[in-house]
Design a protein around this ligand. Sequence first.
Ligand SMILES: Cc1cc2nc3c(=O)[nH]c(=O)nc-3n(C[C@H](O)[C@H](O)[C@H](O)COP(=O)(O)OP(=O)(O)OC[C@H]3O[C@@H](n4cnc5c(N)ncnc54)[C@H](O)[C@@H]3O)c2cc1C
Length: 386
Amino acid sequence: MSTVLETEEHQALRAAVAALGKRYGRDYTTSVVRDGAHPRELWAEAAKLGYLGVNLPEEYGGGGGGMAELSIVLEELGTAGSPLLMMVVSPAICGTVIARFGTETQKRQWLPGLADGSLTMAFGITEPDAGSNSHRITTTARKDGEDWLLTGRKVFVSGVDIADATLIVGRTEDARSGRLKPCLFIVPRDAPGFGRSQIDMELQAPEKQFELVLDDVRLPADALVGDEDAGLLQLFAGLNPERIMTAAFGIGMGRYALARAVEYAKTRQVWKEPIGSHQAIAHPLAQAHIELELARLMMQKAARLYDDGDDIGAGEAANMAKYAAGEACVKAVDQAVHTLGGNGLTREYGLASLITAARVARIAPVSREMILNYVSHQSLGLPKSY
Ligand SMILES: Cc1cc2nc3c(=O)[nH]c(=O)nc-3n(C[C@H](O)[C@H](O)[C@H](O)COP(=O)(O)OP(=O)(O)OC[C@H]3O[C@@H](n4cnc5c(N)ncnc54)[C@H](O)[C@@H]3O)c2cc1C
């Protein structure tokens, strides 16, 4: 893939992460999944090399970069076949929100650990009865003396088992108007009243998803991240990086699958020429390549806008990048499986399970349809149907 839009540092970072990814690769991820384990070795090594905290401020142990750099890390690990999904959550959402809105104490408590990999954070916003409509979430925090009591339910939250804490999106009641305002709370894994049960997913990935029950979880005053009155703004500061990183996840997976298909198409021969000489095989692979490149271009734009402090501009671009990457990923994986014929469905080639995995980039963290809604309303000014 062309890298002309990136600085020499970015290109060097890509090459270095690609080399790390190559040492682990798809076989590593497959064995971690088979053993029901966690990709601890890769997580630790990526952290040690400074890749996980590349977006976090230098004064708290990070690399002082931004989403441009962090998205390169995830894309290249994915391209090598060993993506780290928790990067979307731990350094990108939680690290960003704490770095931008946390108190000095919260920054010191969390950022160095998130950067060096010794601490991990999960992020919970989705609720069973709200789904895509996050205005409908009902997890509520009420004051009890100096403390908060947090009650509610969450679903599909990734990595809660390995995360030291989960950043939970809840609501507090405005004392004057009675209106519910979104707020972010750091909930330690073992807090009394914080229950989790693993969801049985048809997804072969090291990261597991959980349903959470928060039953009057008592939290100290400083569990609240940021200002009680600016919750929505703070939330969006974390959601744009999440979309940019999901784009990186999709592009990486798509590139991985495409490379396997291209390799195969060059050597598999059932007539006079390798199957890659048939345009019915070559053209869809070329299209997949073009669409992944285009998605990456939008991801780079979103990352640039975000890193330059343009939250509004980044919002539109991050949504579009996530959409484009999700679609490009699903198509690339589908075409890769098809290119391998029967081998596309064998364990040995390991591509078929990516069909399910690729759908994650289309559904989460915001579905394709919700992005089309956003673009219809926000970018095109069309009326809302819901
Ligand atoms: C592997 C995985 C990991 C995840 N990790 C996390 C996590 O760590 N933390 C977290 O908080 N959440 C997580 N999620 C949840 C994810 O963000 C949600 O699944 C997603 O937001 C969609 O919500 P839903 O599943 O409730 O679908 P629903 O909201 O029920 O939507 C179902 C379908 O209806 C469509 N739809 C809904 N409303 C409209 C509308 N107005 N117009 C058109 N179509 C519409 C949707 O596009 C979708 O196709 C994860 C999900 C997965 C699959």
